[in-house]
Design a protein around this ligand. Structure first.
Ligand code: HDE
Length: 696
């Protein structure tokens, strides 16, 4: 599909017979279908005279261009959408009547849009940010939108605070920057004044917000939803997406450089994986629980700043999501897709989670503004794949219009009728209470799960959280904001507080902020909360950067490529010139990247196949030296020929620095050793040797 050069854009065209063509070439037309004679010059009087208003082709072309943009999303503006399917693997008929979950093997078409939150549409992919993970299921009983994130909790407990947290995170209003980052005063000012955000702060300062790619991250529905079965019984449910490839993130210094080298790193990764026939896959898991569990749980199940640890309610895997199709047109699908949390289907319902209730208003309202009218369900990406039968009519851009005489009901003509048995029924939960604006006491604990999250991390992940806090708060100009933020940390972990205080150069750790409710100190650590405890099971889906020079050993290169591909991974060849390098056997090996455009930050592991002469040339080249020194600093596995070592030395990587992450490549078997080392992930012990923050 992506190779197609051009397709007739008019669905009403009626086929080939109307095609105006010259030979095999279709003739360019206006939007009205009028053939165009000249698309290079406007209509003018004389050779150099004034332009004429009569030039309808010019005016229509410019008019259309002027209106190409629709408002970008206020949040999640930068996104990337793809298509695929969801397959039920375990029937959920015991707890929900939702059609898509009735039988194993049932497949449902989906559209998924991944996104960052704070950056504008043109920002970069590797901002430190939450990722949106929004899934539209086109079920036989209507569209269900599960509009989730890659983090299972949120910043705030009440939707009335959403404009505030978003304003604070996005660019500051007077200057219009900083873009796509929370490392500025306004964000931390708001956060430090909002203790309810502290659990989310631990997640966003962890490596979860700098994922290796969309393919290596989890997704969460966040809120507690309801399943409702055929008898009308309700079960609470939380939704989880688990990537088949496991979890993986990059490191911060690497993220910063990826944004320069390839601002589209994440979207390119997903596009490439799908186009090369390696569609990413997730498992859908559900946590199911009842009122009795809800009553006994330490926290309120309606509070979106809390998780339910998997140890307390295990995850039942019920399906798989496969994303196997890129879009035909970015605007038509990724830009126009309209997710709404209130899009649910029979068998799925809401709870009183205040955020969810607030979202149910916000999303429809947003779509009306963005898409310009109430008919956005007529746009193919938003249109249900089942019949739509009602008497709603007219409005801007009405494109799928009903036929016939009747447009009301009840009527005596016929047409669709409501069905108390098949139709959507809201769960009749019993509600009573006084009308008030309060924050319930059951939402008052802000630190216990922040502490639990921190305690669940490996030491290197804990270090990354402290590093991220120090980095972000160091960008705050006001010291009182830094201090106020650090004052929350003793309630989470005393050592974390001391490390961050020292990292900021504070004279002493500020006294702990007074908690609204004393934190629970002994919640047990939970392994699923750590990335490194859930590493990819193999090297599948990752990418090796192979830097070659003239004279590199052709056989060795072939062995290396075979080993990488054998592990289900991919590679790119990088060379001093994109035209390639002349290998030892005389063949010309083309490159995918010139060294300047293929820095090592774009790869999971690297190999340098340099001849002695080639290494001498690389040794004078800054991008080539950065290739090695960055791979080293980012704790990557590095394969190398013996001839490459003098070049490494020049790049600042001396023989005594070479740890278990260095693999000498001389003979065929070494390629297998290299890939086995890559499969173990990063060489984290190295970070303690190369980072000043680790030494303070
Ligand atoms: Fe959103 N959010 N949100 N959000 N959100 C939007 O809707 C909103 C929240 C999420 O790829 C907007 O179509 C409110 C939580 C995703 O198109 C807007 C509140 C979670 C996307 C909106 C929240 C999300 C959005 C902007 C607090 C994770 C992108 C554009 C009550 C569970 C969907 C749009 C896409 C988008 C409102 C909180 C996820 C303004 C009021 C919690 C993935 O309507």
């Amino acid at each position: 599909m992506t190779d197609e050069v051009y397709r007739d854009r008019n669905p009403g065209a009626g086929g080939e017979t109307h095609q105006i063509a010259e030979g095999d070439t279709p003739v360019l037309t206006t939007q009205q279908g009028v053939p165009v004679a000249d698309d290079q010059n406007t209509l003018r009087v004389g050779d150099r005279g004034p332009a004429l208003l009569e030039d309808f082709h010019f005016r229509e072309k410019i008019f259309h261009f002027d209106h190409e943009r629709i408002p970008e999303r206020v949040v999640h503006a930068r996104g990337f959408g793809v298509r695929g399917y969801f397959e039920t693997t375990d029937s959920l008929a015991d707890v929900t009547r939702a059609d898509l979950f009735q039988k194993a093997g049932e497949k449902t078409e989906v559209f998924v849009r991944f996104s960052t939150v704070a950056g504008n549409k043109g920002s970069f992919d590797l901002a430190r940010d939450v990722r949106g993970f929004a899934v539209k299921f086109y079920t036989k009983e209507g569209n269900w939108d599960l509009v989730g994130n890659n983090i299972p909790v949120f910043f705030i407990q009440d939707p009335i605070k959403f404009p505030d947290v978003v304003h604070a995170a996005k660019q500051e209003p007077d200057r219009g920057f900083p873009q796509a980052q929370t490392a500025h005063d306004n964000f931390w000012d708001f956060i430090s004044l909002s203790p309810e955000s502290m659990h989310m702060v631990m997640w966003i300062m962890s490596d979860r917000t700098i994922p290796r790619s969309f393919r290596f991250m989890e997704g969460f529905g966040v809120h507690t939803f309801r399943f409702v079965d055929a008898e009308g019984r309700s079960t609470f449910v939380k939704f989880h997406w688990k990537p088949k490839l496991g979890l993986q993130s990059v490191v911060w210094n690497e993220a910063v450089k990826i944004n320069g080298a390839d601002p589209d790193f994440h979207r390119r990764d997903l596009w490439d994986a799908i186009e090369m026939g390696a569609p990413p896959e997730w498992e859908l898991g559900v946590q199911l629980f009842d009122e009795a569990f809800a009553d006994s749980f330490e926290f309120d199940i309606l509070d979106s700043t809390k998780i339910i640890p998997e140890e307390q309610v295990p995850i039942r895997v019920v399906g798989r999501l496969v994303l196997d199709q890129t879009v035909d047109n970015f605007f038509a699908e990724t830009e126009q897709v309209a997710f709404c949390t209130q899009n649910v289907v029979p068998g799925i319902g809401f709870t009183n989670d205040p955020l969810l209730q607030g979202r149910n208003f916000s999303y429809l309202d947003t779509q009306l503004k963005r898409l310009g009218g109430p008919n956005f369900t007529h746009i193919p990406v938003n249109a249900p794949r089942c019949p739509v039968m009602n008497f709603q009519q007219d409005g801007h851009m009405a494109t799928t219009n009903p036929r016939g005489r009747v447009n009301y009901e009840p009527n005596s003509w016929g047409g669709p009728r409501e069905s108390p048995t098949r139709g959507y029924r809201h769960f009749p939960s019993h509600e009573a209470g006084d009308k008030r604006q309060i924050r319930p006491e059951s939402f008052a604990d802000h630190y216990s799960q922040a502490r639990q999250f921190y305690a669940s991390q490996t030491p290197i992940e804990q270090k990354h959280i402290a590093d991220a806090l120090v980095f972000e708060l160091s960008k705050c100009e006001r010291e009182d904001i830094r201090m106020r933020m650090v004052s929350h940390l003793p309630n989470i972990d005393a050592e974390l507080a001391a490390t961050v205080a020292a990292g900021l150069g504070l004279a002493k750790t500020p006294a702990a902020a007074k908690p609204a409710k004393p934190p629970i100190a002994d919640l047990p650590p939970s392994d699923p909360l750590s990335i490194l405890k859930n590493l990819p099971p193999s090297f599948e889906g990752r990418k090796v950067g192979i830097l070659i020079t003239d004279g590199a050993d052709g056989d060795l290169l072939a062995e290396l490529i075979a080993a990488v591909e054998g592990a289900g991974a991919t590679y790119e060849i990088i060379a001093p010139k994109v035209g390639g390098a002349r290998l030892s056997d005389g063949t010309l090996q083309p490159a995918k990247q010139k060294i300047d455009g293929g820095p090592s930050v774009l790869y999971d592991a690297v190999a340098v196949l340099a001849s002695a002469d080639g290494a001498a040339l690389l040794a004078v080249d800054k991008p080539a030296k950065d290739f090695v020194s960055d791979a080293f600093a980012h704790c990557k596995v590095i394969g190398h020929t013996a001839e490459a070592l003098p070049f490494f030395e020049k790049a600042g990587v001396a023989a005594e620095d070479m740890d278990a992450g260095f693999v000498a490549l001389a003979k065929a078997a070494d390629a297998t050793t290299f890939v086995a080392a890559c499969a173990k992930g990063r060489v984290w012990a190295r970070e303690l040797e190369v980072d000043l923050d680790a030494m303070s």
